[in-house]
Design a protein around this ligand. Structure first.
Ligand code: BGC
Length: 311
């Protein structure tokens, strides 16, 4: 059985035809249009292209926003210009077939739970570190959605009182301290400080800004300034995970999104901050931490699976 999964990310739309074992048979990627109408057009084009060559059972679309309980509407999106966007009706009207809508981080969490790092675990939390910070909570083998369908928005936990303004209209959200954008902000701050920020400052002087991939390259090259930027972001995430442990008590945290490509350079300081933030540490069971195994495909694989289960 083949299903289509399309994951609308902050910078890219990734779509694929996925089989019942979570394997991708065909895959496409395009840049995410800023204009919301063009964005829907791009998703429709991608779905049409993908279903042309395959006998497709169901279509699922993951989007970075608050999805209504009936899974029809993007009620709100912190980083996309959608307010009460009837995404399912728009897509079904154009594609003439039922479409399953899911939050992008829930989709990624589900993908990892079914086919990736979370296989064999019943209670896990996934955090995606990309443009924003996404959250997915799998509890007793099911996605936790909350009373209005929009639970598990872990990136919008208030992490710093009176902190940085967030795209959600609040301030101090974890997303402002533990996302890919936060990593860039820290890299800029360290470049301003001079000293260990010299390599980051040189990138900024050359390019006019410090792009995320440049920070990653410097981290992997062992640059002390880039590693310090990563340590700050990882510490924020790890401290928040200590709090999530107190509330949700998962067996496993899976870390995904673009920043997770940094692997152990990210995971080691995350775990340190987590452990030192845990209530009752040393006298309680703790969770494992791992990097997402499906990489950036987790969302499209997860939403394809959810769509297949619904039809
Ligand atoms: C949004 C979430 C989304 C996450 C990752 C957050 O800002 O509120 O709905 O899952 O970013 O894209």
């Amino acid at each position: 059985m083949l299903n289509i999964g399309i994951d609308i990310g902050g910078t890219k739309i990734a779509g694929g035809v996925v089989d019942e074992n979570g394997a991708i048979v065909e895959k496409l990627r395009v840049d995410t249009p800023i204009d919301p109408v063009a964005l829907v057009d791009a998703v429709v084009d991608m779905a049409e292209h993908l279903r042309r060559g395959h006998d497709v059972h169901a279509i699922g679309v993951a989007a970075a926003g608050f999805i209504s309980r009936d899974r029809s509407t993007v009620i709100y999106a912190a980083n996309i210009d959608w307010r009460n966007e009837p995404l399912r009706a728009r897509l079904e009207g154009r594609l003439n077939t039922p479409v399953t809508i899911e939050n992008d981080a829930n989709a990624a969490g589900w993908g990892e739970y079914r086919f990736g790092a979370g296989q064999g675990v019943r209670d896990m939390v996934m955090l995606t570190m990309g443009t924003g910070v996404g959250g997915a909570v799998v509890t007793n083998g099911e996605l936790f959605r909350g009373g209005h369908g929009i639970g598990a928005e872990l990136g919008h936990l208030r992490f710093v009182r009176g902190g940085h303004p967030c795209g959600c209209g609040q301030n101090g959200c974890l997303e402002q301290y533990a996302s890919g954008r936060a990593l860039q902000r820290e890299a800029n701050a360290i470049a301003d400080e001079g000293g260990i920020g010299a390599a980051l400052a040189a990138v900024r002087a050359e390019k006019g800004a410090i792009p995320g991939p440049a920070v990653s390259r410097l981290v992997l090259a062992g640059d002390p300034g880039a590693l310090e930027a990563l340590r700050r972001v990882a510490t924020a995430l790890g401290e928040a995970c200590g709090g999530f442990q107190a509330v949700l008590d998962p067996e496993l945290f899976v870390i995904g999104g673009g920043v997770a490509q940094l692997g152990d350079d990210l995971l080691v300081p995350v775990k340190l901050a987590y452990e030192t933030s845990l209530p009752g540490y040393g006298e309680r069971p703790v969770a494992e931490f791992t990097i997402a195994r499906l990489g950036n495909d987790a969302g499209l694989i997860g939403v394809a699976d959810l769509a297949g289960m619904e039809r």
